[in-house]
Write a protein that binds this ligand. Structure first.
Ligand code: DHB
Length: 390
């Protein structure tokens, strides 16, 4: 088998890249270890920046998002029980975010790729990439157990944090930056009506909590927890009591309901540079991870592949390699901006167990600044709504 761009991973980066390349007449094949059903059922974050929404709409995969997503022109910062609205639209000159779950984005992209005749090999095993500085080949065992070999001009490594592609960049050229946070997020999905019109990011002495939504009948909520805790340690009553305590104040109460999904996510900041080696280009979580506060992960993956798709278009159409040569430098600039924001918003809102009395007071002063300074809110809003894609 032969293709122009061999894509490892059918997540947001891989699928969006395949879609953008198709629109430019560039052929690609996506290989993915998980099944389509598993991908379409995996619960992840759900906030799309304005730029991500615009891209989906402009490239013809935004119909359902426009119908079913919830556009939010602001969110609430809740500090020790007192709510403060961050007016995203007002502070950014009209930008907003849209709450639409990641797996819904993936469903839309998969459906469109298949409609357009795209090739996605789901359920593959033993994927490996070879000869990325010469004539790249992706080898794998397909879902029927047959060994396959895919020759390509370029490999796009979109296989997430635990993927194989990053490892194909030799250690001697790979620089990795990692920060692990001493807490995780306990996430739930509950059958309940929304408790508020907009998302709530709550800072409390018991720890951070986030009240998000999925629909009129399903809500997504998170609370800061011990990263080594287990979901079985938490009864429904205990979960609700913890969430209620962290948002309590000015008479506010969450609407409770049956909890039907729960998971604990660890929190880390990670960047691998460069995001290229020879004809291998890595994108999305394969190259970087952000802590979830602010939901930058999917948006950053999309931003990477916008840069990569344009560079590949120049390469295949005009044999111009300047875009590909500059891919890592261009992409990492935005990556580090998002890293900074995600680290900052996480640090601002979470409870740190082993913090010095000085740092505890300093965190309060920083919150005070955000709540009282228009300029500080503008910085928060600009970064939250997302930097422009182009
Ligand atoms: C959601 C997740 C986030 O990390 C966030 O900052 C906002 C919302 C969510 O899953 O809805």
């Amino acid at each position: 088998m032969r293709t122009q761009v061999g894509i490892v991973g059918a997540g947001p980066a891989g699928l969006m890249l395949s879609h953008l390349l198709h629109l430019q007449g560039i052929d690609s094949v996506v290989v993915e270890t998980r099944t389509r059903e598993a991908i379409e059922a995996t619960i992840r974050a759900g906030v799309l920046e304005q730029g991500t929404v615009d891209l989906m709409v402009e490239t013809g995969v935004g119909d359902r998002l426009k119908r079913e997503g919830f556009e939010h022109g602001g969110f609430e910062l809740r500090v020790d029980g007192e709510g403060h609205r961050i007016d995203l639209r007002g502070l950014t000159g009209g930008r907003s975010v849209t709450v639409y779950a990641q797996h819904e984005v993936l469903k839309d992209l998969i459906a469109r790729r298949l409609e357009d005749g795209g090739k996605i090999a789901f359920g593959v095993r033993d994927t490996s990439v070879h000869d990325v500085t010469g004539s790249p080949v992706i080898r794998y065992t397909d879902a029927e157990g047959r060994p396959q070999s895919l020759e390509c001009d370029v490999v796009a490594g979109c296989d997430g944090s635990y993927g194989i592609c990053r490892q194909a960049i030799p250690e001697s050229v790979r620089q990795e930056y990692l920060r692990i946070y001493p807490f995780g997020w306990f996430g739930i999905l509950a059958k309940a009506p929304p408790s508020a019109h907009e998302l709530i990011y709550a800072r409390h002495d018991r720890g951070f909590a986030l009240i998000s939504t999925r629909s009129e009948t399903v809500q997504r909520m998170y609370f800061q927890c011990d990263p080594n805790d287990r979901v079985d340690n938490w009864s429904d009553d205990r979960i609700w009591a913890e969430l209620q305590a962290r948002v309590a104040g000015d008479g506010f109460r969450l609407k409770e309901g049956e909890i039907f999904q729960r998971n604990i996510v660890p929190m880390r900041s990670f960047v691998c540079e460069p995001m290229q080696h020879g004809r291998l280009f890595i994108a999305g979580d394969a190259a970087h991870t952000v802590p979830p506060t602010g939901a930058k992960g999917l948006n950053l993956a999309v931003a990477d592949v916008v840069v990569l798709a344009r560079a590949l278009e120049n390469f295949f159409r005009r044999n111009d390699t300047a875009g590909l040569d500059g891919y890592s430098a261009t992409a990492t600039r935005r990556v580090w901006r998002a890293q900074h924001f995600s680290w900052w918003f996480t640090s601002l809102m979470h409870r740190f167990e082993e913090v010095s009395p000085f740092d505890a007071r300093r965190q309060r002063a920083e919150l005070d600044m955000v709540l009282s300074s228009h300029a500080a809110q503008q910085v928060l809003a600009e970064n939250y709504a997302g930097l422009p894609l182009r």
